[in-house]
Design a protein around this ligand. Structure first.
Ligand SMILES: *[C@@H]1O[C@H](CO)[C@@H](O)[C@H](O)[C@H]1NC(C)=O
Ligand SMILES: *[C@@H]1O[C@H](CO)[C@@H](O)[C@H](O)[C@H]1NC(C)=O
Ligand SMILES: *[C@@H]1O[C@H](CO)[C@@H](O)[C@H](O)[C@H]1NC(C)=O
Ligand SMILES: *[C@@H]1O[C@H](CO)[C@@H](O)[C@H](O)[C@H]1NC(C)=O
Length: 507
């Protein structure tokens, strides 16, 4: 341990006392920097890394000093000859002594990148960080041929319990049976199914049914994956509708088939993917999308003790309990602030319950408690609510997303009954047990920060495709009516991929 000079101690102590709980100043060299954004090979739409402020005594800071942070990040091309467009916003202050740094590359650099992390004028940790090139940007088509190497670069989990569980019903996948059954069972007029085949890392598809506009979301992530890693050959069906589809039981004849969906439920067998909502916002973050899994982390409202001690809800009328919630709020305005922002399903209720003004999502976190009530299926805002700095009160639900399995009630969130009969009681409990409520909020946030990192979404997608591919009992084929899903072909995708051999014509 290092001690400050003895004479200085009383003075410093006095200063500390005067400032109340003010924390020690930041030490640039002792602060920590880590994350996938420091690795050249971890190609992601938005690259990111983390920063932990540490004091000269080696203690992690747990709060940020008020005002603007002195952390600053510069990202440059290593070679002055290579002109690249890089968007580097200010580090996001997560209000707990940690920061999230993001940058988006719009060009590929061959020589490499230099990342300087500064505190004032001083370099932080091992800054500058040199990323030896090539460093590819999101839109460069340059798949890593070895999926294991790619997974290793992203530190993918070797075990995803939800995926293992989803595939236990499907030890073998009969593509011919799927081809005979899926269009008949799910591909009618009102269907929302897209049939994909991936061969040689090319993506083909045909739509089954009328409601398949959301295929833009499945297309964009499949293309994004195929640019980064060589995908296995496979043939599958994605359900773009809200509800999971396969309700056959495992012991029935005929048995269930592996439809891929964005939301799971306890009474269905669909294989699930991260929802289109978090996927799309991950792909388009810093390009128009403002509410994504990273940006929300720097916009969590006032510190815990300054948040309004009420449970909060805003949303559309997509489920009856949401209306009941608003009714409850009218009767208990001191505990609950709930409002419906748009009527569609229960339009006759608008007169009685009124319509709440739209509110920016980040303003939700002015409230200490957030109520999560299902919409038509799981409420896709749940991941964002967890990432905030509020306690989430989650309605019991048969619906789930890909990451719920890792969450434990009373550890990461407070459960409430499906009919909301114990909601007010739980809000009162939280008010009376502030320390515990704060701890659950924090644990939920830390878990979500870990589970919902963008690179883990990519890992998850890849693993689903991989598990599916190895169970296929015949070769995938390009079927009648399928068309190629093309990669972007404009100046944003221009790059030189070192993995591509020159084509025969050029030899
Ligand atoms: C300090 O923070 C880092 C990163 O957040 C963490 O890994 C480490 O365990 C923390 N150290 C202590 C002593 O809490
Ligand atoms: C929190 O509240 C205190 C006193 O009510 C106030 O002085 C302080 O500025 C507030 N902090 C923030 C970040 O809102
Ligand atoms: C709410 O659901 C619980 C079961 O979870 C049940 O015991 C209770 O009677 C229900 N309350 C109302 C008001 O329907
Ligand atoms: C890319 O093309 C668009 C129009 O298609 C043009 O406005 C833009 O300047 C081009 N950018 C570069 C870097 O060439």
């Amino acid at each position: 341990m290092r001690f400050p000079p003895a004479l200085f101690l009383p003075l410093q102590l006095a200063a500390l006392l005067a400032a109340g709980t003010r924390e020690a100043p930041v030490s640039a060299p002792r602060s920590l920097v880590w994350g996938p954004g420091l690795q050249a090979a971890a190609v992601l739409p938005v690259r990111y890394f983390y920063l932990q402020a540490v004091s000269a005594q080696g203690q992690n800071l747990t709060r940020s000093a008020p005002g603007q942070t002195l952390f600053k990040v510069l990202v440059k091309s290593l070679s002055p000859k290579e002109v690249v467009r890089i968007h580097v916003p200010k580090p996001l202050d997560r209000n707990d002594g940690t920061f999230l740094v993001r940058y988006r590359l719009y060009d590929t650099v061959h020589k490499g990148l230099k990342i300087e992390v500064l505190y004032g004028d001083e370099h932080v940790a091992q800054s500058p960080y040199i990323l030896k090139g090539p460093v590819y940007h999101e839109y460069c088509e340059c798949p890593q041929q070895d999926p294991q190497a790619w997974q290793k670069t992203l530190s993918c989990q070797t075990n995803e319990p939800q995926i293992e569980e989803d595939f236990t019903s499907f030890p073998s996948i009969n593509l011919q049976q799927m081809l005979n059954e899926v269009p008949k069972r799910f591909g009618d007029e009102r269907g929302a199914i897209v049939h994909y085949t991936i061969l040689n890392n090319h993506i083909y598809r045909r739509s089954l049914g009328k409601y398949t506009d959301f295929r833009m979301f499945s297309d964009e992530i499949l293309l994004s994956l195929a640019r980064k890693v060589h995908l296995p050959d496979l043939e599958f069906y994605i359900n773009l509708g809200d509800w999971p589809l396969e309700h056959r039981k495992v012991n029935e004849t005929p048995g269930p088939i592996p439809i891929i969906s964005w939301c799971g439920s306890l009474d269905s067998r669909d294989v699930i993917l991260p929802t289109y909502d978090i996927t799309h916002s991950t792909l388009e973050a810093m390009r128009g999308v403002t509410n994504d899994l990273l940006s929300v982390q720097g916009n969590t409202g006032p510190p815990w003790s300054n948040k309004t001690e009420k449970a909060f809800f805003r949303g559309r009328d997509s489920r009856e309990e949401r209306l009941e919630l608003v009714q409850m709020s009218k009767e208990n305005p001191q505990l609950l602030d709930a409002g419906i922002t748009g009527y569609f399903f229960f339009q006759e209720k608008e007169k009685e319950l009124g319509k709440a003004k739209l509110m920016g999502f980040f303003d939700f976190f002015k409230y200490k408690y957030q109520v999560n009530v299902d919409g038509t299926v799981a409420a896709y805002r749940f991941p964002y609510l967890l990432l905030g700095d509020s306690l989430v009160l989650k309605q019991d639900s048969p619906y789930y997303e890909h990451f719920y399995r890792a969450l434990i009630p009373w550890k990461h969130y407070v459960p409430i009954k499906r009919n909301l009969s114990d909601l007010l009681e739980k809000v009162k409990w939280a008010r009376e047990n502030d320390e515990e409520a704060k701890k659950i909020a924090k644990e939920g946030q830390l878990m979500a920060r870990d589970l919902l990192q963008p690179h883990r979404l990519y890992c998850y997608y890849y693993r689903v495709l991989q598990q599916y591919a190895k169970r296929q009992s015949s070769k995938p084929e390009i079927r009648d009516g399928m068309e190629l899903v093309p990669h972007l072909d404009d100046n944003i995708s221009i790059c030189q991929c070192h993995r591509k051999r020159p084509s025969k014509e050029e030899l």
